[in-house]
Ligand binder design. Structure first.
Ligand SMILES: [Zn+2]
Length: 262
């Protein structure tokens, strides 16, 4: 599932390929991913315009297409972008295709269709209406500390709560907690200042490193949990068997030796 690093990678890809070209048509192959906009309306509003720049907040990609007109993309479980040169065929699961005057196209591919495409007027209004928390790479330590201290319960569900901090999903939350040597079920209220600083640093490191590696799982450091999670997975630090448990409704992988519950 695309989390902050994946969406940042899509943003950079879109910026590199699809800005400043006139949109000649929008082909909607499956309107299921359209939210609060019809296929006809989407085409009518975007035709003749250009994607001018983009902004990412948490797992949302917002692409400016003119005054008070932004395209919002959310990648759900399996969404991704693919830029197609002239003769290249879109994937079978392309749901919406933006066609440009240079005959190239940008496909929003989404096998499982949990993704979302919407037109919005204003980014700040959208963030406020959704009640999204600060982006996980924008948040300052003082905000991060206050956010965790104000909430009860286990630390992992707090990291996953988009209303508190936006962008972290299940996989990177496990990686962050592994790096910070914190068990995912650790009571947030029991974290001291040192724990919080370690957790904050781990959050920034993991997200930034994943972006730098373009979220290519084959290139992730061997010291990471991500490539080992799953049955028969062993801890990259101590080589003991990894354990899993459902915490806050999500499957978590961790090492009970390296991440002691407090
Ligand atoms: Zn271990």
């Amino acid at each position: 599932m695309p989390e902050l690093p994946e969406v940042e990678t899509f943003k950079r890809y879109l910026d590199r390929t699809s800005l400043h070209q006139r949109i000649t048509c929008v082909e909607v192959r499956d309107a299921y991913v359209l939210k609060r906009v019809s296929a006809r309306e989407l085409t009518r509003r975007l035709k003749g315009r250009r994607f001018e720049n983009s902004h990412r907040h948490g797992k949302h990609l917002l692409v400016r297409a003119g005054d008070e007109l932004w395209l919002r993309l959310h990648f759900g479980m399996t969404g991704l972008l693919e830029y197609l040169k002239r003769d290249e065929q879109p994937p079978k699961t392309a749901r919406v295709i933006f066609c440009f005057a240079n005959n190239c196209r940008l496909a929003f591919d989404d096998q499982r269709k949990f993704g979302e495409i919407e037109l919005i007027k204003d980014v700040d209004d959208f963030l406020q209406t959704r009640g999204l928390g600060p982006d996980a790479l924008d948040i300052r330590f003082s905000q991060f500390k206050a956010m965790i201290e104000e909430h009860r319960g286990a630390v992992k569900p707090i990291l996953l709560n988009q209303q508190l901090i936006a962008g972290i999903g299940n996989l990177y939350a496990d990686e962050i907690l592994f790096r910070a040597c914190l068990h995912p079920a650790t009571e947030a209220a029991r974290l001291n200042d040192k724990d919080l600083r370690r957790l904050f640093r781990a959050t920034r490191y993991v997200l930034k490193k994943a972006i730098a590696l373009k979220t290519d799982f084959n290139r992730l450091p061997k010291s990471w949990l991500l490539t080992r999670r799953g049955t028969r997975g062993r801890c990259p630090r101590c080589d003991r068997a990894l354990k899993s448990a459902t915490i806050g409704g999500r499957t978590s992988w961790f090492c009970v030796h390296c991440q002691k519950p407090n």
